[in-house]
Design a protein around this ligand. Structure first.
Ligand code: DAH
Length: 370
């Protein structure tokens, strides 16, 4: 019995004396481990007479329980204070000025494509557009058929498509060749159909990745587009024109930037127009703004009634316009980036030169905010 109380007080004293989690673990092993003092008591039970074993066994069990509880309680206390010590020592003073570059600190930058997407988002956001997206791996119906490009239609040849193996149910799949399939996905959504039925309108932009079999200084197999779509009961070509004129002037930050709307053909719009912006060339260098030359920057038009019908809306009630623009292309034009492939080289020197500060978000002062 003496043994029992000596072991107990020694164990409990040791628990209290442990000042960190490592020391506490050593106490647990010394008491309850394979060769521990309490475990040693358990081992003596086998040699006892049944009566004695029952009585002594109960006491040893009780002692074991007490030691376990003491260990647990001490562990709680030590963990809390260990955390407090760590929090105190690892405190970050967020009011300190940032360290100057070149002292082992490298500052990252925003890629021009992300920056231009943000700029486009800010300008159209101001005009009431919201940002929508869809999958890069698209089914043939959304990428083509819904957009009035039926199977075997010659317009399918306008884009060099990456075809993928069909889905298990036989659905033909592609890497989307443009962001236009998101027009169909959005119009078909229940939310949008209900909003339109209630007399509301749909205005989205869709910045995203697109894919075509193409590769040179101005084409990459993966590139970026931004799609725009407006649907309601009254929007007409005049709105399309005003919207794109405002956008281009805000984006290029040139208040009197001339725009030319040239008749064109797209299967998903009727009538269709390509938009050129004014520019001039001097000593092989391009300058955007009033000049004697034109640069094509986007495709647009009034959404074809077949597209509206394919997307579950009545073209006798609903109408609107759409446009599509290459993000990489407008980024190259605005920021004077000569080779498209450099966007995807991940060259740090290039990123330092053409990248943008993460702390400056695009604003419209001088553009739409006139
Ligand atoms: N999807 C076209 C392309 O990739 C661009 C485009 C043209 C989109 C006219 C439109 C549009 O929404 O109306 O070449």
């Amino acid at each position: 019995m003496d043994d029992l109380s000596t072991i107990k007080s020694a164990a409990l004293d040791a628990v209290i004396a442990a000042t960190d989690l490592g020391a506490l673990e050593a106490v647990r092993v010394a008491v309850l481990g394979k060769k521990g003092s309490v475990t040693g008591l358990m081992k003596t039970l086998g040699a006892m007479a049944p009566e004695q074993r029952r009585e002594f066994g109960a006491k040893v069990n009780e002692l074991k329980g007490e030691v376990e509880a003491a260990l647990e309680a001490r562990k709680g206390t030590l963990s809390t204070s260990a955390l407090a010590t760590r929090l105190a020592s690892e405190k970050v003073d967020i009011s300190l000025p940032i360290r100057p570059e070149g002292q082992g600190v490298e500052r990252g930058s925003l890629h021009p494509i992300g920056q231009v997407m943000d700029e486009v988002g800010a300008i159209f956001g101001e005009m009431g557009f919201t940002w929508a997206d869809g999958p890069d791996i698209e089914d043939d119906w959304h990428n083509f058929t819904a957009l009035n490009i039926p199977p075997n239609h010659p317009a399918r040849q306008m884009q060099d498509t990456f075809y993928l193996p069909p889905r298990a149910d036989g659905t033909p799949m592609v890497l989307r060749t443009h962001t236009s399939p998101v027009q169909a996905r959005t119009m078909l959504s229940k939310d949008v159909q209900m909003r339109l039925a209630d007399g509301g309108s749909l205005r989205i932009i869709v910045p995203g990745r697109t894919y075509r079999i193409d590769s040179d200084a101005t084409h990459a197999p993966m590139f970026h587009q931004v799609e725009g779509l407006v649907i309601d009961r009254t929007t007409h070509m005049g709105h399309l024109k005003g919207c794109l004129v405002d956008f281009c002037r805000a984006f290029f930050e040139i208040d009197d930037l001339p725009l030319r709307f040239r008749p064109s053909y797209f299967p998903f719009t009727e009538p269709s127009a390509e938009v050129d912006i004014g520019c001039s060339w001097k000593d092989g260098e391009l300058k955007i703004g009033a000049g004697d030359s034109w640069l094509e920057i986007l495709g647009s038009g009034m959404v074809h009634p077949n597209v509206i019908r394919n997307c579950g809306l009545d073209p006798a009630i609903y109408q609107g316009f759409a446009f599509g623009m290459g993000i990489d292309r407008i980024a190259m034009l605005k920021y004077g980036i000569p080779d498209l492939r450099s966007f995807f080289d991940s060259d740090l020197r290039w990123l330092r030169h053409y990248g943008f500060s993460a702390l400056e978000s695009p604003s419209l002062t001088g553009g739409l905010g006139r």
